[in-house]
Design a protein around this ligand. Structure first.
Ligand code: 26Q
Length: 809
């Protein structure tokens, strides 16, 4: 790779940028201005490479990957791009020479929080790997004005604040108004014959302009760059002012209103479907603009759409972009004049669908009435797809129940997952267990008919960001032990670490690195939240979106039981133990918010009880986000991955912890299964029911009250929810939910009580192991060494080889 800068040329570029953009010399510039100038300087380099990458793509006519996702949780880019461009040391030095502190400049950059959690962060990690593996790929999403809300904790409760990230974050974006697309909503269809062809036009539609705002991303150690294309919405300008003053006035106002709302905000529900019409507008807006822009580029290069599937593959991140299927059909038929069968052949060979959840409440089902009025032509096409699919299923199975389960339109709703299965060439789950559940359970019937479509690609994370960039101490140890930086492009090189598992000196180095990272994190949290963490304590961490199936409440119940033991016997805890939580709750998810409040009540009670001093501590980390995770992962020692088996599709936080040497306390769920396959029982702390046992217990009839009656320790914990804590708030509602269920949900839906004792024992084993630091560090090193299986480079190579059929580095 060519290095774009030396320290000196970087200093010159920064100085010139400050002058051009802000009319200032470095001495006068603020940190914010310097942050923007740094972004612009790197952006220029990447943009130039982008032009070359586009030229090359056209010349070589390689197949292009298009990754469509309603979410890209990019986080910060300055340090990441500098790292990938191989100029991070130069940038730090140049900033220093110009009188700035690099760390302060990096810290100023807002997270691009255009995602909720796992699914959005996965898209960001894959974009990095696709680029680093030199795959010609483009990501597509919406340029939300407001990303995932900022969380404040006020009197123990979550309060949401708007995340106005674009003030500073837009420095990375290149608007491309000349590549704008027009997206049509509503209107009435008019059909007419011309030259023996039936034409369909939409009249009186509400039109919205989609403007690309491109974020160029650099790959690691390559000149190749890719683009994340974020669509912004604008009203179409009324061209003719005379028309405007006559009948078009209302239409124009409607279009302005639509344009103003469509890219306004990211829906903050994670793993939960909300049937809001604005959400459907967002989905079609982004899908239509994307498909039009792909088709246009393809036509420019090849002059025909007949070979579209040979030169393009569209990967859809869950069902959220499912409308690509009818939209491709619309373009092939209405705009390119193809016949249905040919259009269908090309469409179904171009689209691949990744499923990310088996939770029934997260499966998208849109009311047909909404589709019909908002997207009349798309609705017609969906009906035709549905009819033909129904005939195919009927011919294959002759089974009414299967026909119902596999239907695309049923009971007045459009089932997006079934549309994706019918309209795509591949369906994949995101871990071995999850993909098995899809094949054997959720999509059993479809798999019986078209088994070739169903695959697994276990998730992965960007190990350059989540290890090398954020944990420099560990990075340098790995380089020392594995003979250089090979592992950055070749993750299996991490396995060489295993040779040192029993090496006392290496164990001590590893421990010292963790200790320093803990101290750094403690300093940060003191500054950010005013809380003092004890670096001698075990850092036992659960960070992820708040959801009942993820069982943060089980973690809290265990802490309550420890606390009660400590109250009975002040010597019950010898090893100081700090429990860290971080979680955002969807604003409308009342139970999730109550659980946040419970954790804060518990934390406050423990903080005020002198018997807990230097023994037990609970801290709720405010506003958990990508940039906080980057500080936390290197400092973590215990990773809590305790979802009810069968519910967490994969998890990716679990991988970040493992890569940074934390040991997992977890259930056999999601990618924890693969983790266990490489680590064995001896290198993690497994507990709880397995997925099949969960199903069996539910079938047999699960009665949590029996456990309550039988187990005094558990009973005492649960009773503490009713009594509450120092702040006088009672958690009777949570108690009721666990024992009796509420509002249609079963008692203890997620089997916390069933797994309680097993969980407590796993934590006990973990604490015992921690006392044996040799053993602990051996396990920790093993975890790091075998985390290569979770590198996004591996996952993306799997997609490239088995689904996309594209070459890669
Ligand atoms: C759908 C319709 C309307 C509004 C919102 C939504 C919506 C938004 C986000 C539905 C689901 C999501 C996010 C799901 C998600 O993050 N799933 C996680 O994906 C990860 C990456 O594969 C997995 O590791 C996690 O196990 C899975 O929970």
């Amino acid at each position: 790779m060519t290095t774009p800068f030396t320290t000196k040329t970087l200093e010159e570029a920064l100085t010139a940028k400050l002058m051009l953009n802000f009319g200032k010399v470095p001495e006068e510039a603020t940190d914010q201005e310097m942050m923007k100038a740094s972004a612009l300087v790197l952006r220029d380099v990447m943009a130039i490479r982008g032009v070359e990458a586009n030229r090359k793509a056209r010349r070589e006519q390689k197949k292009q990957v298009h990754y469509l996702s309603l979410e890209f949780l990019m986080g910060r880019s300055l340090m990441k791009n500098a790292y990938n461009l191989n100029v991070l040391p130069e940038l730090k030095e140049a900033l220093g020479n110009l009188g700035f502190k690099a760390a302060d400049i990096f810290e100023l950059e807002p997270d691009a929080g255009l995602g909720n959690g796992g699914l959005g962060r996965l898209a960001a990690c894959y974009l990095d790997s696709m680029t680093s593996l030199e795959i010609p790929a483009t990501g597509y999403s919406i340029c939300y004005e407001l990303g995932i809300f900022k969380q404040k904790i006020v009197e123990g409760q979550q309060v949401e604040m708007p995340d106005d990230w674009k003030n500073l974050g837009a420095a990375w974006l290149l608007p491309k108004p000349e590549e704008a697309q027009e997206v049509l909503f509503g209107g009435t269809l008019r059909e007419f014959w011309n030259n023996g062809h039936l034409h369909i036009v939409n009249e009186n539609a509400t039109r919205v302009q989609a403007i690309p705002c491109d974020m160029v991303v650099a790959g690691y150690d390559t000149d190749h760059v890719n683009t994340l294309r974020l669509w912004d919405a604008r009203a179409t300008k009324p061209v003719d002012m005379a028309l405007f003053s006559r009948g078009e006035y209302l239409k124009a106002a409607e279009e302005t209103a639509m344009a103003a709302t469509i890219a306004k905000i990211l829906y903050p529900e994670d793993n939960h479907y909300e049937g809001k019409s604005l959400r459907l507008k967002q989905q079609y807006f982004f899908v239509s603009a994307t498909v039009q822009s792909i088709a246009k580029k393809h036509l420019e290069t090849y002059g025909t759409l007949k070979n579209f599937h040979e030169k393009n593959v569209i990967q859809i991140n869950d069902t959220h972009p499912a409308l690509v299927v009818p939209e491709l059909m619309r373009i092939f038929i209405d705009e390119a004049g193809m016949k249905w069968d040919e259009a269908w052949e090309i469409t179904t060979q171009s689209v691949a669908y990744t499923n990310h959840t088996v939770l029934a409440e997260a499966l998208e089902r849109w009311p047909q009435s909404l589709m019909e009025t908002l997207l009349p032509r798309i609705w017609q096409i969906i009906q035709e797809i549905s009819d033909r699919w129904q005939r195919k299923v009927e011919e294959f199975y002759h089974d009414g129940e299967k026909l119902q389960r596999m239907a695309i339109i049923w009971g007045g709703e459009v089932r997006m997952a079934n549309l994706c299965i019918a309209g795509g060439m591949a369906v994949n789950g995101v871990s071995g267990l999850h993909s098995d559940i899809l094949k054997k359970d959720v999509f059993k019937d479809a798999c019986g008919m078209e088994p070739h479509k169903f695959q697994n690609v276990t998730n992965g994370i960007d190990h350059r960001r989540w290890l090398s960039e954020i944990n420099p101490g560990l990075d340098s140890l790995i380089r020392d032990l594995t003979g250089g930086d090979d592992y950055l492009k070749n993750p299996p090189a991490l396995r060489k670490l295993e040779a040192y598992a029993d090496d006392k000196a290496v164990q001590a180095q590893l421990a010292a690195i963790k200790r320093e990272n803990k101290e750094n994190f403690a300093r940060y949290i003191k500054r950010a939240q005013g809380v003092v963490l004890n670096p001698d304590a075990i850092f036992d961490v659960q960070v992820k979106r708040l959801h009942e199936y993820k069982r943060q409440l089980l973690n809290a119940l265990h802490i309550i039981s420890l606390y009660q033991k400590l109250q009975d016997d002040p010597n019950a805890i010898t090893q100081p133990h700090t429990f860290l939580f971080g979680a955002k709750a969807a604003p409308g998810y009342a139970v999730a918010k109550r659980i946040i409040r419970l954790i804060n009540s518990l934390a406050d009670d423990i903080a005020h009880n002198p018997i807990c001093k230097d023994k037990l501590q609970v801290v709720f980390l405010e506003n958990y986000r990508v940039s906080l995770a980057e500080k936390l992962m290197p400092a973590s020692e215990v990773s809590q991955q305790i979802s009810t088996a069968g519910k967490e599709a994969s998890g990716t936080g679990n991988m970040k912890f493992m890569m940074n040497g934390a040991l997992t306390v977890g259930t056999l769920d999601g990618a924890n299964v693969e983790m266990h396959e490489v680590l064995g029982d001896e290198n993690m702390f497994l507990f709880g029911l397995h997925a099949d046992e969960v199903q069996q217990l539910k079938r047999e009839g699960y009665v949590p009250q029996r456990l309550y009656n039988r187990d005094p320790e558990l009973r005492r914990c649960l009773d503490a929810l009713r009594t509450g804590f120092r702040d006088g708030v009672t958690y009777e509602d949570l108690y009721q939910r666990l024992l009796f269920g509420m509002g249609g949900s079963a008692a203890d839906e997620y089997l916390l009580l069933a797994d309680f004792q097993s969980y407590c024992q796993a934590e006990e084993r973990m604490v015992k192991t921690y006392a044996d630091s040799e053993q602990w560090n051996r396990m920790s090193l093993c975890n790091i060494a075998r985390s290569d299986i979770f590198a996004a480079d591996r996952a993306v190579a799997d997609y490239a080889n088995n689904i996309w059929h594209v070459e890669h580095r």
